[in-house]
Design a protein around this ligand. Structure first.
Ligand SMILES: [Zn+2]
Length: 343
């Protein structure tokens, strides 16, 4: 995904190839089909696993969340020009933490937001809308929340202590959402350096930024890159197959799909067409407005349409970006069984 170059600082969220990589299926609180029976409070879903493995948080830390209310989603969609902090606060409003919520790492925050968006009673199928990288069409794919993979934080202990060539020792923790908000609000010259500097927990941000911005030693530069690898943890992109089917119409037996279709706009039905209806056993009553449908039927039966599925495997970044994840997905069946007419 990213063009990783030697000696260049790459922010956490852009580095895809990792040497450690502890890729595993993340534990998600199982789907609950009936909250009343299970005795669970719908507003309090306990988080049992995180990309950071809870490592940056105090011992025994508790994190819970509730699904979005439908009204929240509707109101949010219509509101505009929210600042980044307001966007984050909107998400945090449904997350309970036993420590300051701004101390959540950026990746954990994104992961919990993902859980919030997909959580729905008895439904852990995720419906994602995205633009296919091969055919360019906007398509939807459905996948199971249980199949989400994460790259866990791979260090044995935090903070990570780094000794630079000038003898300075800096301690680093993963970037928190609070620090990231500050960065966005303060502005910065070099995003990658700014993000690493904000992770330092034993020196002032300005001092670390100045130091890292003026590194000349190649080993120091590599050390920073290694540090970025060590602090990395994230939800892995989800592979999904493009569902777009390209329909190609072509001629057969002297007929073309276009010619057949042009008949549908005419009030007079060609005798030859009527013959074809009979030949292909298509139910058609003259005098009705069913010509269009009969012709579509005919086109299909004459095999004038060639269907070519795209089937390209796209990798969806689940932490935001281009993918829109519906908060209330695949509820069609549920709705059908719960709506009736008349008393
Ligand atoms: Zn496609």
């Amino acid at each position: 995904m990213s063009g990783k170059k030697k000696g260049k600082f790459i922010p956490h969220n852009q580095v895809m190839s990792r040497n450690k990589v502890e890729e595993e299926k993340v534990n998600i609180t199982p789907p609950i089909t009936d909250f009343k029976k299970s005795g669970m409070d719908v507003t309090q879903i306990n988080i049992i696993d995180l990309p950071s493995k809870f490592m940056p948080y105090p011992e025994g830390a508790v994190i819970k969340y509730r699904p979005y209310y439908y009204s929240e989603i509707r109101n949010h969609d219509s509101s505009k020009n929210l600042t980044y902090r307001e966007e984050v606060d909107f998400v945090l409003a449904g997350i309970y933490t036993s420590f300051p919520a701004y101390d959540l790492t950026v990746s954990d925050f994104a992961f919990i937001n993902l859980l919030r968006r997909i959580s729905n009673i008895g439904n852990y199928d995720i419906s994602a809308k995205y633009r296919c990288k091969k055919c360019g069409n906007i398509v939807s794919s459905v996948f199971k929340a249980m199949n989400i993979l994460v790259d866990y934080l791979g260090v044995p202990k935090l903070p990570v202590m780094v000794e630079f060539s000038n003898g300075k020792k800096y301690a680093f923790n993963p970037l928190t959402i609070g620090s990231y908000i500050e960065l966005k609000e303060e502005g910065f010259k070099n995003k990658a350096i700014a993000m690493v500097s904000k992770c330092c927990v034993n020196a002032e941000y300005g001092e670390v930024y100045e130091f890292l911005d003026h590194i000349t030693d190649a080993s120091d530069a590599m050390l920073v890159e290694h540090l970025d690898n060590l602090l990395y943890h994230s939800v892995k992109p989800m592979p999904v197959k493009c569902s777009y089917v390209n329909k190609e119409y072509f001629a057969k037996d002297g007929w073309s799909a276009d010619k057949l279709r042009s008949m549908t706009s005419s009030s007079v039905i060609d005798k030859q067409i009527l013959e074809l209806f009979k030949q292909y056993d298509i139910n058609f009553t003259e005098g009705t407005s069913m010509v269009k449908y009969a012709c579509e039927d005919l086109i299909k039966k004459m095999a004038l349409v060639k269907e070519e599925p795209c089937g390209f495997t796209n990798y969806l970044e689940l932490e935001g970006g281009d993918v829109f994840l519906g908060p209330f997905c695949n509820t069609g069946e549920l709705i059908k069984t719960r709506v009736c007419y008349g008393l």
